[in-house]
Write a new protein. Sequence first.
Length: 345
Amino acid sequence: MLAIEVGPVDVARTRFAISPLGEAMQALRVAAGVQAAGPLRPWAERIAPRYERLRRQVPAVGALTTLFRRGRYNADFIHPPPSGPDGDFAAELAAVRATSLRRARLELARNLAGLPTPPRHVQRVLDAPDVVTRLADALEASWHALVEPDWPRLRTVLERDLVRRAGHLAMYGWAAALSDLDPRVSWCSQGQAGTIEVRTGSPAERHRHQLAGKGLLLMPTVYGTLISYVEPPWPYALVYPARGIADLLGPVPRTPDGEALGRLVGPRRADVLRALSVPATTTQLVARLGLSLGTVGSHLAVLRDAGLVTRTRTGRTVRYEHTPLGAALANKPTAFGTDRMVQGT
């Protein structure tokens, strides 16, 4: 059991981030069969030929997959913590490439401890004087082959989850933000403070940590599973499965009872209305629906004039959401519930 003690100021100092490099790592785990595909099986089957080409053309990819371990230490330098919330793959990869050889050797030795001796072709990569460059090149190739083609839609899924969870935390506190994070995560309240409890593979062991005003880093992932970070160089962090990963696999579903909505407002406009089950920006709707920016903007304007959606500006970001009438037409719960909570961020 992992216990993370949270104080009153940690809500304000908790951050949210997206890590494109982390998604490339997790996608590679799924593609290589190191991690079960689960609901991502259609994606895994679709990219299987790409993964096989990647593995043949970039031998260091095999070295990367050899390092992947569940519930044990994985080398930190191949996935440094993101420096900001925006998710810049180039910046994250530059941090990997800047790793010293001495640090890489130490972390690789710790990573490989207790594992069977790697195959000879893998050992050659790991023993090479340019091992950092080779592994960074493998990460870059994995990104381009497995993640980048889906990144606009993938990023939309992650951002929508982020907005929703940040709203829950800001308005209702830790219990609401963690309630559906993962079945292994729970919140134990103690007045204005409390403890985040994470069930690990060793229930007899209990490790206790304190945020001590530093806040928590929360990172949604489409391809990954729950991961906790409690050792430097990472801040205290939880990587958790994002909601709505079905959005990665295909267009917005059209249910039989939703066909009437398409006849009423038009099929594309109905898609836009259904897609706002969670508040979204115009750019997010473009990525999810595969429509042009002008088309989405035009549909949103008509839906606003009809009183079906509303918009709210937060800084430079404008997010759209259902009105109660729009939610009723889209066969969703009214916006007095979850959708309204999100808009508070």
